[in-house]
Design a protein around this ligand. Sequence first.
Ligand code: 11C
Length: 339
Amino acid sequence: MGYKVAVIGATGNVGREMLTTLAERDFPVDDVVALASEKSIGSQISFGDKSVLDVQDLAKFDFRGWDIALSSPSGAVSAQFSPKAAAAGCVVIDNTSHFRMDPDVPLIVPEVNPEALAGYTKRNIIANPNCSTIQMVVALKPLHDLAQVKRIVVATYQSVSGAGRDAMDELFNQTRAIYVNDPIEKKVFDKQIAFNVIPHIDTFMEDGSTREEWKMMVETKKILGSKITVAATCVRVPVFIGHAEAINVEFERPISAEDATEALRQAPGITVIDHRTDEGFVTPVECAGDDPVFISRIREDFSIENGLNLWVVADNLRKGAALNAVQIAELLVRDYLKK
Ligand code: 11C
């Protein structure tokens, strides 16, 4: 017997990837529904190779009798509909930032803190972390177990797909416009993204950080440990899919590059490619469409005590969003929602 699964925000980048991932991983479904706002009614979405779903109106949907909702609409839509679905008995796995810091909502990366999932019954909602946080904590967990992370300094190189399909179109259209000498149009990004980099993701906060930088800090503390300090600089780059991160870590105890590499090679969800030669590292275009978090450029940082540098790359729509959500659903049905 399988599960009845709703995908909320099914027409977006992540919603589509959620449907693809459910089908690819043979998640045991009895029924699947694609939900979106009224303006998407009439459109159809593929579920795997064989079936096509008619998009249904989220506002009119009755969640009673549905087991799991994978949710990736805007934060405001999630704020309205996730509690409604949860109250109807449907466990919501929410990809927005809205519930992540709620103490009654577990924030889960299955390779890192699966034990925290037990707390989901308080609100019937589980939060999926930000894509930049997910790939960083997957990379750091095996090292944290070895030598205890003390401080993280990270710079991100984030692809435009993190900002949605209009952002991908904007990169494409601006690139084309530059080649054919057309005027550059800016709608999603406040500066030109083609052939440029923008150190501004999400809104600015009072202390000068952006919310993306703040999310990386608070989410990492919630998942890995509150004593860890994080300094993040988040940057949008003209790449379609795949986020990269240059991570500098200071540990409580000594850790060699060799021991770190060995621990990372053994860890779930990670592929180490670090040959210290031309092409012996991974870049975002190579990770697009793949599941693992790729780690390269593992080296000691001799400018601080117990320091290490890493280059971490992952598909932000898969491990950074849809795949992590489906892996949470897999844990949920394995340990808590057995049929
Ligand atoms: C980006 N990381 O690349 C963002 C997208 O908090 O879930 C995801 C935002 C979030 O723009």
